[in-house]
Ligand binder design. Structure first.
Ligand code: SAM
Length: 262
């Protein structure tokens, strides 16, 4: 039996609680009652659970679950998507789809060809991007919610120290494909996740590489940005001869990585 999955905001050894709009929806729309069964994600672990208490009080609503038994959880893809900020509606679609495909984190960056008004509005918008990731993680029955970083300048992200293998999707690149680059990393990896830990691999316990994959804005990367990536050890790769929209490039990139790692 497949139970609806909820992502808890608070938890301890025995119980987990969802609050606010999610709890209100569960209590008022889905008429949650003590004894009702569900799956609950608490701290990256998944549990089968039973509703223990329901408090319907608008924004202060709460639903508390008793954790019954731990279930197998599927690790995220060890990928941080470095997404140049562009038209919000299409960028948010990309965040939703990347979450469904298992991305571990999304790092929005302000690139030279990010439109000025979007660059100024991005910081305020990031709370909405986190909500979109939370909703999509719940809908995709993930056992975690991808982290959505605050938007920063591209150069800061490119120069930052990182344990990950860093890849830039470059529409002008002709020789190396993303598939080649991922195969190379897998064959040489000794261990690592998107933020430097270890995780389970395709072949059971073999650790997976940690990847950062950068995707440009509508106008593409500016020449000085391409040099900056190169100077900081990012590997330029192609997704093929056709120019894809940024959100399509995000989906294709994650599908290619998943096809190698999962
Ligand atoms: N304005 C650019 C042009 O016309 O050449 C297209 C930019 S594209 C809409 C946005 C981003 O998606 C690019 O900066 C790149 O990161 C990625 N991308 C799109 N198609 C790609 C391809 N075939 N290979 C590698 N990256 C690609």
């Amino acid at each position: 039996m497949t139970y609806r999955r909820w992502i808890a905001e608070h938890w301890d050894q025995k119980s987990a609680t969802i609050t606010g709009a999610h709890a209100e929806h569960l209590a008022r729309v889905l008429r949650a009652q003590p004894g009702m069964e569900a799956d609950v994600v608490a701290g990256g672990r998944v549990f089968h659970a039973q509703v223990e208490a329901v408090l319907l009080d608008g924004e202060n609503s709460e639903v508390r679950f008793r954790l019954v038994a731990e279930l197998e959880s599927d690790p995220a893809l060890p990928v941080t998507l470095v997404l140049a900020v562009y038209k919000f509606d299409r960028m948010e679609w990309a965040i939703e789809k990347a979450t469904e495909l298992g991305v571990a984190a999304v790092a929005p960056v302000i690139a030279r060809r990010t439109e000025k008004h979007l660059a100024q509005a991005a910081a305020k918008r990031s709370e909405r991007w986190r909500r979109i990731a939370h909703e999509a993680a719940q809908q995709a029955r993930r056992s975690d919610v991808p982290r959505v970083f605050a938007p920063i300048a591209l150069a800061e992200r490119v120069r930052a120290a990182s344990a990950s293998t860093r890849i830039v999707l470059a529409e002008q690149e002709r020789s190396t494909t993303l598939r080649h680059a991922v195969d190379d990393v897998v064959n040489t990896t000794k261990g690592g996740t998107a933020e430097g830990g270890t995780t389970k691999g395709k072949a059971g316990t073999r650790p997976l590489p940690a990847l950062e994959i950068a995707i440009g804005p509508e106008g593409g990367w500016a020449p000085d940005e391409e040099s900056l990536f190169d100077a900081n050890g990012w590997r330029a790769v192609s997704l093929g001869p056709r120019i894809l929209r940024a959100e399509t490039a995000a989906i294709v990139a994650l599908a290619v990585v998943a096809s190698v790692l999962e």
